[in-house]
Design a protein around this ligand. Structure first.
Ligand code: GLU
Length: 276
């Protein structure tokens, strides 16, 4: 509960800042992000804080931990040098694009699928993680795949602003979707039986299953969800630099080391085929 209220107050602070800054959006679009970050020696990343394995707040230390957090740190050092600093701003699936657009963050690295619809609003780097959408259910559930949910009366839990809830309309149009505001709340809703299954990307679901042994990932992946880092439009120098940094961490083995660190012990998750 403490963690929830901290996240909620963080969210409120972010929203307030966002409202304050919304009047200055023209100066945001004029700013050259790479130059500004090189001058301040700092990149401000929008990351998840409720998503085990990718970006999760450690309630003991207050620090964010996960594959994306480590990848952002490694890429920051490539771009700014060994003393380069990161600021991490927690985002949710619903707040990440508005926070980027308003200049509160420089880049989004938050389990965000590259989609043509999103590419109208933001620019993406190359994909840095190939996820796919799947299902989390209570062990012993009769639900085995997405078509078992395509029936009137079935309820699928998801998170507002995610691609996953949109995909449900395509793959299980007869089901009702209940949208929560983040993945911690979606998991709580599944545990309190507010839905028959929770849907999002496989990696995120494996993180939830690891923490909740009574639940399992079923049905395989029914979509492809390549994650990209999102930056604002007209920040091509920054986007290219991020692509370069991504290539560097892939070439020097950092990427594979982080993959093994975060996914090496995740039962059922085939990280080997994701190595670069
Ligand atoms: N990858 C999907 C998306 O970009 C689901 C994960 C998320 O909610 O961040 O929407």
């Amino acid at each position: 509960m403490k963690k929830f209220s901290r996240l909620i107050s963080l969210g409120a602070i972010c929203l307030l800042t966002l409202l304050t800054l919304s009047g200055c959006s023209s100066s945001v679009s004029k700013k050259d992000v790479l130059t500004a970050d090189q001058q301040s020696n700092r990149i401000t990343w929008g990351v998840k804080a409720d998503t085990r394995l990718f970006g999760l707040e450690n309630i003991r230390t207050g620090k964010l931990e996960g594959f994306e957090i480590d990848l952002a740190k490694a890429m920051t050092k490539k771009i700014l040098g060994p003393d380069g600093k990161c600021t991490f701003v927690p985002v949710t699936s619903g707040t990440r694009v508005p926070l980027l657009k308003n200049g509160n963050i420089d880049a989004i690295m938050a389990t965000m699928t590259i989609t043509p619809e999103r590419a109208k609003q933001v620019d993406f780097t190359h994909s840095y993680f190939d996820a796919g959408q799947s299902l989390l259910v209570k062990k012993g559930s009769p639900i085995k795949n997405i078509s078992d949910l395509n029936k009137p009366g079935k309820v699928i839990l998801g998170v507002a602003g995610s691609n996953s809830v949109k995909n449900v309309a395509k793959y299980a149009p007869k089901a009702r979707v209940l949208q929560l505001s983040d993945y911690a709340q979606a998991m709580t809703a599944l545990k309190s039986k507010q839905g028959n299954a929770l849907t999002t990307d496989n990696g995120i679901l494996y993180g939830m299953a690891a923490e909740n042994p009574g639940y399992e990932v079923v049905g395989g992946n029914f979509t492809k969800e390549p994650y990209g880092i999102a930056v604002n439009k007209n920040q091509d120098r920054f986007r290219k630099k991020l692509n370069w940094a991504l290539e560097q961490v892939e070439k020097d083995g950092t990427y594979n080391r982080l993959l093994v660190k975060w996914f090496g012990n995740v039962k059922g998750f085939n990280y080997q085929e994701m190595k670069r």
